[in-house]
Design a protein around this ligand. Structure first.
Ligand code: HEC
Ligand code: HEC
Length: 342
């Protein structure tokens, strides 16, 4: 139990290292010159009750505090340590150096209370800290980049209300070459366009890809490049410290029979809220503790979207003995039952 949050963190981390290394092909002068960043503007996000409520919802469901808070490792539910919400966390991933999700409470000295709205917005969407340095993309700014302007404003408005906690802010110190590769990742954003989403599938796509980032674990990739034709088809290998670092694979969540064809909306909601599959409990690597904050309506839209993506034929199991899979070239349960069609 005590390693629950670590499992999630470690798994996200494995993914992001792959993403960062994938960036090697795009290495440029930013390595020495620092990241490309735009100048901050004086835009302000007016605080309204609607924005506050929406911002709280998005912040909780997209797991900001999961990374940005210490956890009480002694309690079975692995909660955020009392009074430490948003106060920062040195994530337990020493292989990558010191990775710190800093204090994002409203404290003006050690938190982000003195940052301007646009400085906060730029960090969330463009991966640039207040001093112009690049953020390690374990901070999922690549997904948050696609947040609607109104949702971004809501998150910033809500962050302003997170009770101040004094915890001296430190920045991550990554191992080489990650420490320089982070500089090639951030890309400044031009003016933002918000999109009207009128169907459950379109709303679900936004929640799945931008807010929750399901694809970060569920779409297999090699060196940061997603595998063709396998979007959301599962197979990504993570290590589960809660089970002695046993490998656990993200499963196929497309509507193919090898995926979640047997799900209905009710089962999907139950799995996302509780982690219970019929017959067993999912690994805590799957961050359902945060996703349970999503409303049932939003979970329904996410399910509608998953039903609409092209089905991927890819059998993946965490309960069968591992074998080589010619499709994702990983080694996972039922791997040898997959056939590569040339
Ligand atoms: C998977 C973990 C993770 C999640 C989820 C996450 N962050 Fe972060 N965040 C980080 C890490 C790690 C850093 C620091 C990266 C670095 O030091 O290079 C960071 C940096 C930041 C910064 C910049 C802080 C500074 O001092 O430069 C802000 C602001 C921030 N996050 C806000 C958010 C918000 C708001 C959310 C949710 C909408 C969020 N984060 C979700 C891990 C996370
Ligand atoms: C940090 C990685 C990670 C993220 C992010 C993630 N998942 Fe998962 N998910 C997993 C893993 C690993 C499993 C398999 C766990 C096991 O078998 O014990 C899983 C299992 C599942 C299952 C069960 C599938 C089955 O065959 O019954 C569903 C459904 C699911 N995830 C949906 C989602 C959705 C929807 C999102 C986004 C809202 C998401 N996941 C985000 C890692 C992740």
């Amino acid at each position: 139990m005590a390693v629950r949050a670590r499992t999630v963190v470690l798994s996200l981390l494995v993914l992001l290292v792959v993403v960062v290394l994938g960036g090697i092909t795009a290495v440029g002068w930013q390595i020495v010159l620092g990241p490309t960043a735009r100048a901050v503007t004086d835009r302000r996000f007016e605080a309204t009750p609607e924005r506050l409520a929406r911002g709280r919802y998005l912040t909780e469901a997209s797991a900001c505090f999961h990374c940005h808070s210490e956890h009480d490792l002694s309690a079975p539910e692995y909660p955020v340590a009392a009074g430490r919400r948003g106060a920062g966390w040195e994530m337990p991933i020493p292989e990558l150096g010191k990775v710190i999700a800093p204090n994002i409470t409203s404290d003006p000295v050690t938190g982000i209370g003195a940052w301007s709205d646009d400085e906060i917005a730029r960090a969330i969407q463009e991966g640039i800290s207040r001093d112009g340095s690049a953020l390690f993309p374990l901070m999922p700014y690549g997904n948050f980049r696609n947040l609607d302007e109104e949702d971004l404003a809501s998150i910033v408005v809500f962050l302003r209300t997170v009770p101040a906690v004094t915890q001296v802010r430190q920045r991550s110190e990554l191992v080489f070459p990650l420490s320089v590769l982070v500089n090639v990742m951030p890309k400044p954003m031009a003016a933002h366009t918000s999109v009207a989403r009128t169907t459950p599938e379109a709303r679900g796509e936004y929640l799945v890809r931008t807010v929750a980032g399901c694809q970060d674990c569920h779409s297999p990739a090699h060196n940061g490049d997603p595998l063709d034709g396998m979007d959301l088809g599962g197979g990504f290998e993570l290590s589960d410290p809660g089970r002695n670092m046993a490998p656990v694979h993200a499963l196929n969540i497309t509507s193919d029979p090898s995926g979640i064809a047997h799900y209905d909306a009710g089962l999907f909601i139950e799995v996302l809220q509780t982690g219970h599959l019929p017959g067993r409990m999912l690994s805590h690597i799957m961050p359902f503790e945060d996703f349970r904050h999503f409303t049932e309506d939003d979970l329904r839209d996410m399910f509608a979207y998953l039903k609409s993506v092209p089905p991927v034929k890819h059998r993946v199991s965490n309960t069968d003995p591992p074998s080589f899979c010619p499709l994702c070239e990983g080694t996972h349960g039922l791997g040898d039952k997959n056939v590569k069609i040339q």
